[in-house]
Design a protein around this ligand. Structure first.
Ligand SMILES: *Cc1c(COP(=O)(O)O)cnc(C)c1O
Length: 448
């Protein structure tokens, strides 16, 4: 059977609102053609992000009722800690309100000016938190990652030879940690192989450098390893994830991704001394170490979510559904970043709209048209977001977990193919006003 079915049935529903393209034209004008400034109630299908947009299960809602809201020593914390230790094998488990809070605490403890932190590709908050300490964040993706059309099994891998050269030139004493982001979010949601994780670990061990995973999408990465890497076919996603974590000296994690939660994060380490410094900082801004800025009920949702996300039926459906969207638009001529990643599909807008030059923001123009035509919200990852540093002009369609059905995905495919047929008519945008930094959130545009 080829039909992809959701491995769940629906118990609670949330209406989504149909609007006309005339209405959406008015919303766009009011929002200055910036989809961040459009009210969610005016969006039919929201593919802005997969972060914090997860649908929770009956078991998660049931567990939330059990939430122990004690300030200190909450039972909910110990339940969550047991699940995380079983999965990661890491000794210290520190809850935080989001992934970036874990990053801020980790880098404040480990980094200072003159330091360099390598990663396959840093996520934007990771890079910003490293740079905030005065250290430098360096991306070391493999060579093939820059070619959007290359179909590599593990396009998220780190260039290990480049890592060795960096350690040689900077000195191991100036590299407080090496990170690997699984899956490689900024690199198109592409997976990292176990072989690459092991190779990075070998190099860091050799130089006495701690090795951390940015583990936001660890379950999706584990699924790809099981499907694509020799020697892992007979393993469960949980066994593969456990093996991935077994190489790590610590990890940061956003529970808004692969924990099916709507909020939360984690910071884990095996280093007793580092853990003391981290919990001291945690108390300053997040809270006592058994809640870390979260409610007891949030800790319960995370504990249950971390187990559910590793279910093979879920991961098979998840990756198949993302791949289905990618293949169906790519096979009809829409250029996407190949191959489809785990949590999102990226359209190469510069290729799709050759008539719109980079400085007229082709991916933003495409995002606006997709919303105007079909009420779908996506996000520009290109010159609006990164200015002159943008490598590509991409439109990201991120898929919230367990939220939309296959017929929603079919609607998205149909809408994109219709927009593609009229692509010659799409024109660029000019910026009318922008804030001093992070302009993609609030800049206003006009149509050319
Ligand atoms: C989302 C994300 C983060 C930051 O987590 P938040 O919970 O949004 O603060 C860090 N790294 C990666 C790879 C992410 O996807």
């Amino acid at each position: 059977m080829n039909t992809i079915i959701e491995p769940f049935r629906i118990k609670s529903v949330e209406p989504i609102r149909q609007t006309t393209s005339e209405e959406r034209e008015i919303y766009l004008e009011k929002a200055g053609y910036n989809l961040f400034l459009i009210d969610a109630r005016n969006i039919l299908i929201d593919l802005l992000t997969d972060s914090g947009t997860n649908a929770m299960s009956t078991e998660q809602w049931a567990a939330m009722m059990r939430g122990d809201e004690s300030y200190a020593g909450s039972e909910s914390f110990f339940r969550m800690e047991r699940v995380v230790r079983d999965l990661t094998g890491l000794k210290h488990v520190i809850p935080t309100h989001q992934g970036r809070a874990a990053e801020r605490i980790l880098f404040t403890v480990l980094c200072r000016k003159g330091h360099v932190v390598p990663n396959n590709t840093h996520f934007d908050t990771t890079r910003a938190n490293i740079e905030f300490t005065g250290a430098r964040a360096v991306d070391l993706p493999i060579a093939g990652a820059a070619d959007t059309q290359a179909r590599l099994d593990f396009k998220g891998n780190m260039d290990v030879a480049a890592l060795e050269r960096l350690i040689e030139s900077e000195g191991a004493q100036n590299i407080p940690l090496v990170m690997l982001t699984v899956t490689n979010n900024s690199g198109g949601g592409q997976p990292v192989s176990m072989e690459n994780i092991a190779a990075v670990k070998r190099v860091t061990t050799q130089h006495g450098i701690p090795f951390y995973l940015d583990a936001c999408r660890f379950a999706e990465n584990a699924w790809f390893i099981g499907q694509r890497e020799a020697g892992f076919a007979g393993f469960t996603p949980k066994q593969i994830a456990q093996k991935m974590f077994s190489y790590a000296d610590g990890c940061t994690f956003s529970a808004k991704k692969d924990a099916f939660a709507n909020i939360g994060g984690l910071l884990c380490t095996n280093d007793d001394r580092v853990a003391v410094l981290e919990t001291n900082l945690l108390i300053l801004t997040e809270g006592f170490p058994t809640y870390g800025g979260l409610a007891g009920r949030d800790l319960e949702a995370i504990a249950v979510g971390l187990e559910e996300v590793l279910h093979p039926d879920y991961l098979r459906y998840r990756i198949a559904s993302t791949g289905y969207l990618g293949r169906h638009i790519a096979d009809h001529g829409v250029p996407i970043v190949e191959p489809p990643g785990g949590h999102a599909i990226y359209i190469d807008a510069a290729r799709m709209l050759p008539q719109v030059p980079k400085h007229q923001f082709p991916a933003q123009a495409l995002a606006v048209e997709l919303y105007r035509h079909a009420g779908i919200r996506s996000v520009e990852i290109g010159s609006v977001m990164f200015g002159a540093h943008a490598q590509h002009e991409l439109l990201r369609l991120a898929i919230p977990r367990r939220v939309y059905t296959q017929s929603h995905i079919d609607y998205v495919v149909e809408a994109i193919l219709e927009v593609n047929q009229q692509r010659d008519r799409i024109r660029g945008l000019a910026i009318e006003s922008e804030p001093p930094s992070l302009r993609h959130f609030s800049a206003r545009f006009r149509r050319l």
